[in-house]
Design a protein around this ligand. Structure first.
Ligand SMILES: Cc1ncc(COP(=O)(O)O)c(C=O)c1O
Length: 396
């Protein structure tokens, strides 16, 4: 039934409301670590998988379950697993599927800690990774080896807003029997559904737009039933990146307004990107909503809109770029994105500091690249704030 409803309705109603004997409108919060068995035999049956029912919150919780069912429905996937952080989602999903001797192809620009996971941690466990420019399909094809098991990417990429062709990647993965993983944090299923392009596993930092209020760290993985079962009963169970039920409850609350928030984020971002593109102190704006962006053709097809994150480069050196950040008043200098508050950060020294300078250059993350997450304030106030700080660049 729920499948035929519109996305906005599913944001509010998808997923079974857990056992609610009092008729509460909001999802009940089951803030409990464990669940009482009626008898010792029942406990044994639940552990043996012979009887349904909850056991222990690291293994599952009714509040968390509603979030998982809702997100699975929104991404058009069979099932989902909620996690304590976005990195918990990336690590649990990949490590459930990759073993020593396996090979992964990844985009060369990804979130900084994902880069550290793929290059530093995976190397310790004998998982090989080749990082390529995924807009160059020849590079992707050339990276293929006999032991290649999976392909991983973000689109748009954090932080440089590159966009990759999901239809091509989905087909490439299927043709070569690879599992495909897409981090959909920047757009959310409201603006982009990787499943429509044959992608197997969709990952989110739910810390960002899904929650939307800057008060939770969490993640979510959406995939087939079989894949989610594998992740839940291996890496998630044994490595333990389980979400707190309270955080799941907060995300359920945040999700209800996702569509209206995303529309405003996109509207504000388009106005700001246009302003920045015309400003003489800005040398380049990376925002797929602009006609000048290399992947503008994907708007209205792969992604319905361009989202709320903009990257841009200043006509300025490192010191002037940092001074530009320090002069802002409404934009807060903070990592993260997707909140009501507009945030600004300097990827080379902050979110992408795990990269070596050489890898940063290859990934297109220059020293004067600035990333902003456009919030829900009035766009004119945000433009005035940027204009004021930009006007001070040459004097700093
Ligand atoms: C695209 C992307 N993926 C994953 C993560 C990691 O998420 P978390 O900080 O919730 O662990 C982030 C964090 O910024 C991100 O931007």
């Amino acid at each position: 039934m729920a499948q035929s409803r519109h996305f906005e309705t599913n944001l509010i109603h998808a997923g079974a409301n857990p056992d609610n004997e009092y008729g509460a409108l909001a999802t009940p919060l089951y803030q409990t670590s464990t669940f009482i068995f009626e008898t010792a035999e029942q406990g044994g049956r639940r552990f043996a998988g012979e009887e349904g029912g909850y056991i222990y919150t690291r293994l599952g919780n009714p509040t968390t379950r509603q979030l998982e069912e809702r997100m699975a429905s929104l991404e058009g996937m069979e099932d989902a697993a909620a996690t304590a952080t976005g990195m918990g989602a990336v690590a649990s999903a990949l490590m459930a599927n990759l073993s020593m001797g396996d090979h992964l192809i990844s985009s060369n620009a990804v979130y900084g800690c994902t880069y550290a996971l793929l290059t530093e941690q995976f190397a310790r466990f004998g998982i090989e990774v080749t990082m390529v420019d995924m807009s160059d399909h020849q590079q992707v094809t050339a990276a293929l080896r006999e032991n290649t098991k999976a392909i991983f990417l973000e689109t748009p990429v954090n932080p440089n807003m590159a966009v990759f062709d999901l239809a091509w990647i989905g087909q490439f993965a299927q043709k070569n029997n690879l599992l495909s993983f897409v981090d959909n944090t920047f757009l959310t299923p409201y603006l982009q559904k990787p499943k429509d392009f044959g992608i197997d596993v969709v990952i989110h930092s739910a810390t960002k737009y899904l929650n939307g209020h800057g008060d939770v760290i969490a993640g979510i993985i959406c995939a087939s039933k079989e894949q989610i079962e594998l992740i839940k009963f291996t890496t998630l169970k044994d490595m333990g990146a389980t979400i707190s039920p309270h955080d799941a409850w907060l995300i359920l609350r945040g999700l209800k307004t996702l569509a209206v928030r995303m529309d405003r984020h996109c509207e504000n971002a388009m106005k700001i990107a246009t302003f920045l593109e015309e400003h003489p102190s800005v040398s380049k704006v990376h925002y797929p909503g602009l006609k000048s962006h290399a992947a503008h053709r994907f708007i209205g097809k792969q992604m319905s809109k361009a989202g709320g994150v903009i990257a841009f480069e200043l006509n300025a050196d490192y010191k002037q770029s940092i001074s530009f950040l320090n002069q802002l008043s409404i934009f807060k200098i903070a990592v993260s994105l997707g909140d009501a508050e507009s945030l600004i950060q300097h990827p080379a020294s902050m979110t992408h500091s795990p990269y070596t300078p050489e890898a940063r250059a290859l990934a297109g993350i220059s020293d004067n690249l600035i990333r902003i997450s456009v919030g829900l304030e009035h766009s004119q106030d945000l433009i005035d704030d940027l204009a004021n700080s930009l006007s001070l660049i040459n004097n700093s």
